[in-house]
Design a protein around this ligand. Structure first.
Ligand code: ADP
Length: 587
């Protein structure tokens, strides 16, 4: 060991430079290492130790220089510098706290001045340490702060992201809801239009338009069952454009057959599509099988029976949700209603045409037959009459009776034929009225006197209540006479005693005639039937040689005059038939 000439001044200069250097440090460990080496250099010793300072001011670690565990254990028990021994402990004290120690071995060899100067150096080290610690704490604080800030920022960013996600999700749900509300409203309107359609092509097209509005459907079809031919008829087919209708035989397998058999709805999307289709033995019913990724198919049910299938297909992998399924089912119901309505309408139309045709044939037949029958019948009646007069020689009583019967039967038959002819003409719209201005009173008188001839000694009084100022009406006199006679002859047929009364009254616009009897009457349930053709009620069957045509024809005549005919009756008390005519005929 060499000691300089003026070790004290050299030491102080060195110490001064060192203490300045000490304050350049920014962290504890390098500072302490520096302090150790410099202390050793200052003391010119070879072994030394310096305590490292922890937060709790505890000296934790010793730097080498050959110290034992026991040496180290001693270190933190010594608060003051000791200069008496060969070993020196220099406490590093700042702000009344022991931060650590500088420990030197072999101190006896040190000059006294140096021993005195060392605590001063230790003070500098302690001060520098405090500073460094403060810096470190501040730095630590800053780091912690920054870390916290970063964490907080990260938290905020995360929260923000979550929030954004929630907002987006909410918006999506709201949009979806809006869309759904919109489509439901549209769907409701469209469904009603569809169900009301009798033109099926229009109904199918409207359904297709509706489907395009509410779901993605690159392909769409409606297939109906033709039971008679055991075929599916594809009545509407769209696949990148409208395709012509086609038919194919019904089979055990396939999508449509499956739906028809089970009445179920099929919804298959993306991965499950192939599996579902294969399970049903179905092929994708489109010309673009590779592109179809979603299939939705529902039954068309009418009267609790599947009459066909409706299907939408999409190139998107997850095109159809449960909502779409419900919507398609709703539309399918409407289409099914439209189809069954149209079918009913068609059936009704056909039935009506057939009935009209049959009626026309009947009328034509009746008209020609009546005409053909009348000529020979008139001859029979006339010849019987001539024979009865004895123009061809004397006849006896028995012969006269037979001739009378021939005459009666002939006239009855002629009446029947005339009725039939009238009816046929009316139904064919060929019966013409010969209108004239007529005073009904003479007509009533003459029909009443004819009626008197029909009474055959029955105790029946014929009455009339006709106002003197009865106005004229514009009518066909022949037909009016026919109506009155029919009502009066019916009254005589169904009345055994009492009276038969013809009443007439009028107001500004109408004139009403009633024929009332005190006869058998008509049961309430039979009243609506009396004006039906060829109807004879129970009460009449035995009594009269009627045909059941008189009243229907009379009613039609009255209606042709713009009037009405009706009846009131009480069983056992009698019947009263009315007809009302407009006073000013308007044809
Ligand atoms: P018919 O030629 O058989 O009389 P109508 O059409 O004139 O045919 O009458 C139809 C049926 O209405 C009659 O068969 C009879 O049953 C019932 N009828 C009509 N007039 C009377 C009446 N005044 N009283 C009771 N029943 C009547």
């Amino acid at each position: 060991m060499t000691i300089s000439a003026d070790p004290t001044s050299q030491f102080f200069q060195q110490a001064l430079a060192l203490s300045q250097a000490l304050h350049e440090f920014k962290s504890v460990t390098p500072l302490l290492e520096f302090a150790l080496t410099q202390t050793l250099a200052l003391s010119q010793l070879e072994r030394g130790l310096i305590g490292l300072v922890s937060e709790t001011n505890e000296v934790k670690v010793a730097v080498a220089c050959g110290l034992t565990e026991t040496d180290l254990a001693r270190v933190h028990l010594r608060p003051q510098a000791e200069f008496n021994a060969d070993t020196i402990y220099l406490p590093l004290i700042a702000q009344e706290a022991v931060l650590g120690f500088i420990y030197l071995e072999g101190a006896n060899s040190l000059p006294a001045t140096l021993k005195v100067g060392l605590p001063h150096f230790a003070n500098h080290v302690a001060l520098a340490l405090t500073n460094v610690r403060a810096i470190e704490t501040a730095h630590q604080l800053q780091v912690t702060l920054e870390q916290k800030m970063a964490e907080r920022t990260a938290d905020l960013t995360q929260a923000n992201r979550q929030l954004q996600k929630e907002i987006a999700e909410r918006r999506r749900v709201e949009d979806a809801l809006d869309e759904r509300v919109l489509s439901l409203a549209a769907l409701y309107q469209i469904s009603q239009d569809i169900a009301a359609q009798l033109d099926l092509e229009a109904a199918y097209a409207a359904t297709h338009r509706a489907i395009e509005q509410i779901m993605s459907a690159e392909a769409f079809y409606i297939a109906l069952v033709d039971e008679a031919r055991q075929e599916f008829e594809v009545v509407y087919l769209f696949d990148r454009g409208r395709l012509p209708n086609r038919r194919y035989p019904m089979q055990q397998t396939g999508l449509n057959s499956y739906i028809l058999r089970t009445g179920r709805t099929v919804r298959a999307v993306d991965d499950s599509l192939t599996a579902v289709m294969t399970a049903m033995g179905a092929k994708i019913a489109t010309t673009q099988p590779g592109s179809v990724r979603s299939v939705l198919a529902v039954p068309l049910n009418a009267d609790a029976k599947a009459i066909g299938v409706m299907s939408a297909q999409s190139y998107a992998p997850y095109a159809y949700t449960e909502t779409h399924e419900q919507m398609l089912a709703t539309l399918a119901n409407q289409v099914a209603i439209a189809i069954s309505n149209a079918r009913l309408f068609q059936a009704a139309q056909v039935a009506r045409l057939e009935a009209e045709q049959a009626n026309r044939l009947k009328s034509r037949f009746l008209a020609s037959m009546s005409h053909e029958l009348r000529t020979p019948l008139n001859s029979i009646i006339n010849f019987a009459y001539l024979l009865g007069l004895g123009v061809e020689g004397e006849i006896n009583l028995a012969q006269a009776d037979l001739l009378n019967r021939i005459g009666d039967s002939g006239r009855y038959l002629l009446g029947l034929i005339n009725d039939l002819l009238d009816l046929a003409k009316i139904e064919a719209g060929k019966l013409e009225l010969f209108l004239e201005e007529l005073d009904l009173r003479p007509l009533i008188n003459s029909t009443l006197s004819t009626t008197a001839g029909l009474l055959r000694n029955k105790p029946i009084e014929l009455r009339q209540e006709v106002p003197d100022d009865l106005p004229t009406v514009v009518v066909d006199a022949t037909r009016m006479r026919q109506v009155l006679l029919n009502l009066l002859s019916n009254a005589t047929k169904f009345t055994l005693q009492g009276h038969i009364t013809v009443r007439v009254w009028f107001d500004a616009t109408t004139l009403t005639v009633s024929v009332q009897d005190t006869g058998l009457g008509i049961a309430p349930r039979d009243l609506p039937k009396v004006f039906e053709e060829f109807i004879q009620l129970e009460n009449a069957a035995r009594q009269s040689g009627g045909t059941g045509l008189g009243l229907p024809i009379s009613k039609k005549f009255i209606e042709m005059h713009g009037g009405q005919m009706w009846v009131e009756s009480v069983v056992g008390e009698g019947s009263r038939f009315f007809f009302k005519l407009p006073r000013h005929h308007s044809t």
